[in-house]
Design a protein around this ligand. Structure first.
Ligand code: TYD
Ligand code: MG
Length: 486
């Protein structure tokens, strides 16, 4: 007989405790404890879904184990393959997370249609009826008999279907709607999500069927409950940014079969998600030209450079401690940068609320954009624009020194091609940049499209914040150019 007992689980991090607490001691979230009934181990009952999927319980020497050759197949979308590390791996469990309405179901349905692999694709939806999915498919121009639909939420039923059908890919939309009849806790609870994911992991590995789970993320950016699932699955992919504009970004935060950090870019159109090849062009489209408070910088996402506009707005503060709001960049980084600016220029920043925004919903997780943020703030303060054909790159140290940035070669490519004539860069990156410029100059075929992309802007090397501000805001120091930014 199964015994049940009550426990409390944190909805945000999965921390378990016997008694209720107002605040989770692990992740410090308030009011996140949810009561759950759990079944204790049974003797003679149904086998646990968590049973070992490896099949053999024995211990073997490392050298006696045959290395598994990973067989991959393409998702049919270059951007999605890049995130997966080259395509779906047989037997892998992938979780695709994102806020409701961002395009998870749309993307996965499109992928079902693009996969060129023998066999059927099973699309299990616990959220939409079959006819609703058909309507969406028709809208997306999808009409393939190799896609099988199933509107079910019972884990036992779904596992049976996967075992008998053996599809070449299975999509589960979403993990929060699935429940196991063996457990008494309600669908969407952490115990259910955890047990069902463990069961699906066992099925994926034993039948070598790749399974994609959809997971809904709450407003504050955590997967509702299933954040605790991240360690179980092989790959975790999140949709980033807002779902108000047409731009969508996906990123792998964990990947057992490839690298993380790569970003995939898509545009939501009326016929579904379209891959975006040159994200910089899209991110900079509609950029105000020569507007105070707007500066462009170059970040590196995985292996690609992405140009983004950083905007700053200052307004007189009516609070004793001024507001610091940041979108797409860490707020503590902004606090530190404003303190450096204050120390160097005594602008009275304490009298201003500061709003910093990375345009397009991109999140920058590196320090190479420090100088661009400060240039945007200074520009907003003085109401003087930074020339819009100027790119600003550099990390700013606490004493106001400009520190070198990594992957400078990647960051500066394509600048000229996109209409940037000048680039303010750290002096410490001089050697690397001069080497590239020399290599390009020695290339005699100057009128090829490759050369247009590779040709460099004029570099302005700076070693301190004061020097950078001097260069950016005294126009005589920057040669006037007739070339306008696109
Ligand atoms: P959806 O894939 O249902 O989101 P999720 O599964 O992440 O909750 O996407 C829904 C949104 O996408 C909806 O607001 C409408 C929009 N959309 C389009 O703009 N074009 C399309 O072709 C489709 C199918 C959806
Ligand atoms: Mg959906």
């Amino acid at each position: 007989m199964a015994k049940s007992k009550t426990q409390y689980v944190c909805n945000a991090c999965g921390y378990e405790t016997q008694g209720w607490m107002g605040r989770c001691p692990s992740c410090r979230a308030w009011n996140s404890m949810i009561e759950e009934k759990i079944e204790t181990a049974t003797t003679g009952g149904k086998p646990s879904m968590r049973k070992n999927w490896v099949g053999d319980e024995g211990v073997v020497a490392l050298t006696d184990v045959a290395a598994e050759a990973k067989s991959r197949f393409s998702s049919g979308m270059k951007e999605f393959d890049r995130i997966l590390g080259g395509g779906f791996v047989d037997g892998s469990l992938v979780m695709v997370g994102g806020p409701p309405g961002i395009g998870k179901s749309t993307l996965l349905l499109q992928i079902c249609n693009l996969i060129h692999k023998e066999g059927t694709i099973l699309y299990v939806s616990g959220e939409e009826s079959k006819s609703q999915i058909r309507m969406r498919a028709t809208r997306l121009g999808i009409d393939s008999p190799s896609i099988s639909l199933c509107s079910q939420t019972s884990y036992e039923y779904i596992s049976e279907i996967i075992s008998t059908q053996r599809p070449s890919l299975c999509i589960i939309d979403s993990i929060q709607t699935l429940y196991s009849e063996e457990l008494t806790s309600p669908p969407g609870s952490i115990s259910q999500a955890r047990e069902v994911t463990a069961g699906l992991l066992r099925i994926a590995k034993s039948l070598m069927v790749p399974i994609v789970l959809v997971g809904h993320v709450t407003k504050d950016g955590t997967l509702a409950g299933p954040r605790v699932l991240e360690h179980m699955v092989d790959t975790v992919i999140y949709f980033e940014g807002e779902n108000s504009g047409p731009f969508r970004m996906i990123r792998a935060v964990k990947n057992r079969f490839g690298s993380t950090g790569e970003l995939g870019f898509f545009e939501m159109t009326d016929t579904g998600l379209k891959e975006v090849e040159n994200a910089s062009t899209l991110l900079l489209s509609g950029r105000p030209i020569n507007a105070p408070g707007s500066v462009v910088t170059s970040t590196v996402e995985g292996t690609r450079p992405v140009f983004v506009e950083i905007q700053a707005l200052l307004s007189p503060s009516s609070f004793t401690s001024p507001q610091r709001m940041a979108q797409g960049i860490d707020r503590s980084q902004i606090g530190m940068l404003l303190a450096i600016l204050e120390k160097k220029f005594s602008l009275g920043m304490n009298n201003f609320d500061a709003y910093i925004n990375v345009v397009g919903g991109l999140r920058i997780d590196e320090r190479a954009c420090d100088l661009a943020v400060l240039a945007a703030v200074f520009s907003a303060y003085k109401d003087i624009p930074v020339r819009s054909d100027t790119m600003v790159i550099g990390e700013v140290g606490l004493t106001g020194e400009i520190r070198p940035v990594d992957q400078i070669e990647r960051r500066v490519g394509e600048m000229r091609h996109l209409g940037f004539s000048f680039c303010v860069v750290p002096g410490a990156n001089r050697q690397a940049l001069e080497k590239i410029s020399k290599n390009i100059a020695s290339n005699t075929r100057t009128n090829t499209p490759e050369h247009a992309i590779l040709s460099m802007p004029e570099f302005i090397f700076v070693d301190s914040l004061s020097e950078a501000i001097d260069v950016l805001f005294s126009f005589d120091n920057v040669k006037q150019s007739t070339r306008g930014a696109k």
